[in-house]
Design a protein around this ligand. Structure first.
Ligand code: GDP
Length: 524
């Protein structure tokens, strides 16, 4: 395969969802459907689900790492798919947001009963920053939930994202009978306890065979919905999808493996390959000859046997070859990349070649920071990785006041690595900054490191804040020293103004009071 063919078959995506929507389950089912797990020794069958789960957990135990905290790569229908994991639950943090910057598309997984939940909304906002194309999968159709039209309404009103249903459910919960595929005109009828549907070709949604198969009651509701939809929806506009304006949507139940293959089909047909990226001095195309990439995440101790760190690098252009020398743009020096790993479901494999769209796990001894660019010599710098709005805030105090300077330096170092953000009070100055993180775990990591690595006895006092926004004048002029609404302007490390607020409500108030300002969720 030529380099350009290799690049064009890359599909790099991430799943965005609220905890418990079913991300782990659908990831498992995707690996199962694409034969990754079966190849690893799980036999398909009735007890499949159980076997998959235990195999999965064993993998995690064997490797001493959470398989869900890396990247899964697999081949499917001629494509090389890279599924980037977005840490959720307790390990949710700024890394979760940064991972989205490395993806070319995202799959938004919704619990059909709950609709768009808080964390989905936040992750979606990050996708919107880059106009990332988004698929939507409405999960848990085997349970009673919102009416599908209501769900679409929820997405459209909460996220201002238009939905384009590709499949449509017939019933839900105990009355769920199957899915109608609007584009390929097929009916997929599911039976509880069975994964494989009965598939029937139909003329359209009025085909009498549908009533025959699903019964009058289920059909009535279904055909009402479809009459409405078919009238309102035109043909699928791929350009608008690629611009992040319209989301092709499918339904299903990950737990029952219903509709997962239909989602994968849609994904393989529509997901974009590696796209161009903005660098400081122009746009870099995936197919450019020169190799370039940026670091979006650094993880310590992936493998208990080695105490190394892994820097995750998204390749933006060209080809990586093992042992190649690269130019580290920030340090201005050459590095030889002898140990790079790609991440398969089961093993961390050493890669010989990787292409634009792929993720490299670079074994790091301290050379990398988040946002760093590496190239094969060309001067390229990818726009600095944005900092995302923290949600937890605190101030540090130290037992021994003589060590205060030392603490400030340590915090600054940790902040440079991207683990915590620092905000300076306009009155107090650099003395006693407010620290902000996206997820709780980041504070735990900070305290652990200050104690363990820097031998500092520090305490964290939590502050009753939960929102940070970077105000920017709509006309591009500088914001100045104060804004309307009696809120203090903090400064971030790049001296940009930031407001730190207790609640969303305070933000809405500020938006009203300051019609000349926009309040951004990242500092860029
Ligand atoms: P995550 O937190 O998003 O990774 O969610 P999980 O995959 O761990 O799922 C959360 C819970 O929802 C688990 O109890 C799953 O078994 C359940 N679940 C996932 N998918 C479905 C589904 O399609 N139907 C039903 N009824 N439950 C599901």
């Amino acid at each position: 395969m030529t380099r350009s063919e290799e690049i064009n078959r890359r599909r790099t995506f991430a799943i965005i969802s609220h905890p418990d929507a079913g991300k782990t389950t659908i990831t498992e089912k995707i690996l199962y459907t694409t034969n990754i797990i079966r190849e690893a020794g799980v036999v398909k069958g009735k007890s499949g689900t159980k076997a998959v789960t235990s195999d999965w957990m064993q993998m995690e135990r064997d490797r001493g790492v959470s398989i869900t905290s890396s990247v899964m790569s697999f081949d499917y229908k001629g494509l090389r798919v890279n599924l980037l994991d977005t840490p959720g639950h307790k390990d949710f943090g700024e890394d979760t947001y940064r991972t989205l910057i490395a993806a070319d598309s995202a799959a938004m997984l919704l619990d059909a009963a709950k609709g768009v939940e808080e964390r989905t909304k936040k992750l979606f906002e990050v996708c919107r920053l880059r106009k990332t194309p988004i698929f939507t999968f409405a999960n848990k159709m085997d349970r009673e939930g919102k009416e599908p039209l209501e769900l679409i309404d929820d997405v459209e009103s909460t996220l201002k994202l238009e939905c384009y249903p590709v499949t449509w459910p017939i019933g839900m919960g105990d009355r769920f009978r199957g899915l109608y595929h609007r584009l390929n005109r097929k009916l997929y009828l599911y039976t509880r306890g069975e994964e494989d549907p009965e598939i029937i070709d139909v003329k359209d949604h009025n085909d009498p065979i549908i009533v025959e198969k699903v019964g009058d009651e289920a059909y009535l509701k279904f055909s009402e919905d479809l009459d409405l939809l078919e009238g309102a929806l035109g043909t699928f506009d791929r350009e608008r999808f690629l611009a992040g304006e319209i989301s092709p949507m499918t339904f299903g139940s990950a737990k029952n493996t219903w509709g997962v293959d239909l989602f994968l089909d849609l994904f393989t047909e529509q997901a974009p390959g590696p796209g161009p990226r903005q660098a400081r001095d122009g746009i870099v195309q995936a197919e450019d000859k020169s190799f370039s990439g940026f670091v979006f995440k650094i993880q310590a101790n992936m493998d208990r046997r080695h105490r190394d760190r892994v820097a995750f690098c998204r390749i933006v252009s060209g080809e990586f070859e093992r042992g190649m020398k690269v130019q580290h743009q920030r340090l201005g020096r050459e590095l030889r990349l002898s140990y790079a790993n790609s991440f398969m479901a089961r093993d961390r494999e050493t890669v010989d070649n990787a292409y634009a769209g792929d993720i490299l796990g670079l074994v790091d001894t301290g050379n990398f920071q988040i946002g760093d660019t590496i190239t094969d010599g060309k001067k390229i710098v990818f726009d600095e990785m944005p900092r995302f709005s923290p949600e937890c805030f605190g101030r540090l105090s130290i037992k021994d006041p003589l060590k205060r300077k030392q603490m400030q330096k340590a915090v600054q170092e940790v902040a440079e690595e991207g683990a915590v953000q620092i905000f300076f009070d306009p009155i107090i100055g650099e003395q006693d900054p407010v620290l902000g993180v996206v997820g709780e775990l980041q504070f735990d990591v900070l305290l652990y490191r200050l104690n363990d690595e820097y031998k500092l006895d520090v305490k964290l006092e939590r502050l009753p804040l939960s929102v940070a926004r970077w105000p920017v004048k709509k006309d591009g002029s500088p914001v100045g020293r104060s804004i309307q609404g009696g809120t203090k302007l903090f400064r971030d490390v790049a001296d940009r103004p930031v407001v730190l607020l207790q609640k969303e409500w305070d933000l809405n108030w500020l938006i009203k009071e300051n019609p000349d300002l926009e309040f951004h969720i990242t500092g860029k």
